[in-house]
Design a protein around this ligand. Structure first.
Ligand SMILES: Cc1noc(C)c1-c1cc(NS(=O)(=O)c2ccccc2)cc(C(=O)O)c1
Length: 130
């Protein structure tokens, strides 16, 4: 019978695969690293909790996430922050919002296609039992 630690390791393997796949996609390059405060000085005044793909990967390796829901809370921050910080109608804002929406879709597709409902619930049960 699969031990709880095996389930959590499977979760980490699955999440790591998602993030590593996103990291090689060129259109998501600007989401690969934290927004550079030198480049974008007022970023921290607007965005409460910055997030990026390399930070997600570090979190996974540090066993930060024990459920899909916890991972998605951080993963969704990447595109939500981009939409929030870049709301204007100018071409640059539109371009980054388009990539943010593409990132949102890719993450949802990975989760929907990659996991059965039972695995998602199993992780939640393990978390509740701790
Ligand atoms: C992300 C983000 N959220 O708000 C904004 C604005 C961006 C964003 C930030 C940057 N420049 S950066 O130095 O912070 C960086 C470069 C490469 C990888 C990660 C960050 C460039 C662009 C761009 O569209 O080219 C967009």
């Amino acid at each position: 019978e699969e031990k709880e630690e095996d389930v959590l390791r499977d979760l980490r393997l699955f999440l790591r695969n998602i993030v590593e796949t996103l990291l090689v996609e060129r259109r998501f390059k600007i989401f690969s690293k934290p927004v550079d405060i030198e480049e974008v000085p007022d970023y921290m005044m607007v965005i409460k909790k910055p997030m990026d793909l390399s930070t997600l990967l570090t979190n996974i390796d540090e066993h930060t996430y024990s459920t899909i829901r916890e991972f998605l809370a951080d993963a969704d921050l990447i595109w939500k922050n981009a939409l929030e910080y870049n709301p204007d109608s100018d071409p640059l804002d539109r371009h980054i919002r388009h990539r943010a929406s593409a990132l949102k879709d890719r993450i949802q597709t990975f989760i929907r296609d990659g996991l059965g409902e039972d695995f998602i619930n199993l992780c939640e049960e393990i978390k509740k039992s701790r």
